[in-house]
Ligand binder design. Structure first.
Ligand code: BGC
Length: 352
C-alpha cells in the first residue's frame, strides 16, 4: 500500500488537455494504465465481455489504456508486463494465471514505481495496492444454493467440477458452494476434482472419469463456470441425461444462458463486466492521481494473512426465470442469446 503516491508527477505529454473533454464521471487522469487479461479459453468472458467493457470504461474516464491478453502463458504475461512497464504505464492491472508469476510481475512493477491492481483474481503473496472483483465466496454460495434449489429435497449424489487449482477464485467458489451444500444432509459428494487451467476439454475427460467412478449415479453437478458446465452437459448428453441432471455454471455466457433456457443447465451466475471494468477504471484513476480509491472492504490473502483493500461487487444468480435480466442489463445481446432454435425458448421465457 501507499507506493503509488509519487507517481502522478511524472508528466505525460500526450493527454495533457483532457479536461476540455465532455464532462462525464471522474476527472481525466494523466497516467497510462496497462491491463493484462489471462487467456481466451478458460472463459469466453475475457475477450467478449471484459475487453469491450474495459475499453469503454477507460474511454469514458478519459484515461489512456492498453489491454493485452497473455493467452494462457505465464511467460507471455511476464513479457507483456515488462513491455508495459518499459513503455511507462503508471498503473498495471493483471488477472494472474497463477499467484507465483503474478507476484513476480507485481514485484518488478513495484521496483519500477508502477502501482498494481489485482483484477478479478487475487494474487496470493502479491503486492497489489487494490483488489477489484466480485465477492467470490458469494458466487460459490449462489452456485450451491442454485443446485440445491434444482435438486430439491430428494437424496442426491453430487459431483464437483472445480476451477483451476492455481486460481484463488476457484478455491473461494468451492468453499462457498460447500458451505451451502454440506449443510444439507440429503446430498452426498461422490466425486470432486479441480480442472487444471479451467480447460474445458480436460473438464470433459475428468467429468467422464468421475461419472464412471460413481457408476453413473450422479444426480447433480456443481460446475464452477459455464465452460466446465458445458463440458459436463456434453458427457451427460452422451448418456441420455442432459436436462435430467442439474448442472451449475458462472459467467452468463451466451452458451451458458442458452443451456439455462434449454434446461440442460440449472443456473449461471451473472457478474457485470461493465461494473467490474468501471470499478477498475476508478481505482486506477485514484492511483494515478495519488488519491485513495473507494473500497468496499478488505480481502484476506490466505498466504500471509495480510489484508488487501478491495472493491467487491455483488454477483447475481440466473435461472430460466431471469435470463432476461442479463440482456436488459447489457450483459449479453438478445440476438446472440435468442438466435436460431433458442428464439422460441426466449419467447417462452418472456424475453422479447
Ligand atoms: C473468474 C471466472 C472465470 C474463470 C475462468 C475466474 O477467476 O472469476 O469468471 O470463469 O476465472 O476464466
Amino acid at each position: 500500500m501507499g507506493v503509488a503516491l509519487a507517481l502522478s508527477a511524472c508528466g505525460n505529454d500526450d493527454e495533457a488537455s483532457d479536461d476540455s473533454g465532455g464532462g462525464g464521471g471522474g476527472s481525466a487522469a494523466e497516467g497510462k494504465v496497462g491491463v493484462i487479461l489471462p487467456d481466451t479459453e478458460s472463459s469466453v468472458r475475457w475477450e467478449t465481455a471484459d475487453r469491450p467493457a474495459l475499453e469503454a470504461a477507460f474511454k469514458k474516464a478519459g484515461v489512456d489504456a492498453v489491454i493485452q491478453n497473455a493467452e494462457g502463458d505465464a511467460g507471455k504475461m511476464t513479457q507483456i508486463a515488462d513491455t508495459m512497464i518499459g513503455d511507462g504505464v503508471t498503473v498495471l492491472a493483471i488477472v494472474n494465471l497463477d499467484s507465483e508469476s503474478g507476484a513476480a510481475i507485481q514485484e518488478k512493477a513495484k521496483t519500477a514505481g508502477v502501482a498494481t491492481i489485482d483484477y478479478d483474481r487475487l494474487t496470493l503473496g502479491g503486492s497489489a495496492e487494490y483488489y477489484v472483483s466480485f465477492d467470490n465466496t458469494v458466487v460459490g454460495e449462489l452456485q450451491g444454493q442454485g443446485l440445491a434449489d434444482c435438486l430439491g429435497d430428494k437424496a442426491a449424489n453430487i459431483v464437483y467440477l472445480n476451477g483451476s487449482p492455481t486460481d484463488n477464485n476457484a478455491t473461494l467458489f468451492a468453499e462457498g458452494a460447500h458451505s451451502v451444500l454440506d449443510e444439507m444432509t440429503n446430498f452426498k459428494v461422490v466425486g470432486e476434482q479441480a480442472v487444471p487451467d479451467w480447460d474445458n476439454e480436460q473438464a470433459a475427460t475428468i467429468f467422464q472419469q468421475l461419472y464412471t467412478a460413481a457408476d453413473g449415479k450422479v444426480d447433480g453437478v456443481l460446475a464452477a463456470n459455464d465452460g466446465l458446465g458445458g463440458a459436463a452437459i456434453g458427457i451427460l448428453e452422451g448418456n441420455g441425461l442432459a436436462g435430467k441432471v442439474p448442472v451449475t455454471g458462472q459467467d452468463a455466457t451466451v452458451e451458458g444462458l442458452q443451456n439455462v433456457l434449454a434446461g440442460t443447465q440449472c443456473m449461471t451466475v451473472y457478474k457485470s463486466a461493465t461494473q467490474e471494468a468501471n470499478a477498475l477504471a476508478e481505482t486506477a484513476i485514484a492511483l494515478v492521481n495519488g488519491d485513495e480509491a473507494e473500497t468496499t472492504g478488505t480481502t484476506v490473502d490466505s498466504s500471509d494473512d495480510s489484508e488487501v483493500p478491495s472493491i467487491l461487487l455483488e454477483p447475481q444468480s440466473i435461472t430460466k426465470e431471469n435470463v432476461g435480466d442479463v440482456i436488459a442489463d447489457g450483459g449479453q445481446k438478445m440476438e446472440d442469446v435468442c438466435s436460431g432454435e433458442y428464439a422460441a425458448m426466449c419467447t417462452e421465457a418472456g424475453i422479447s
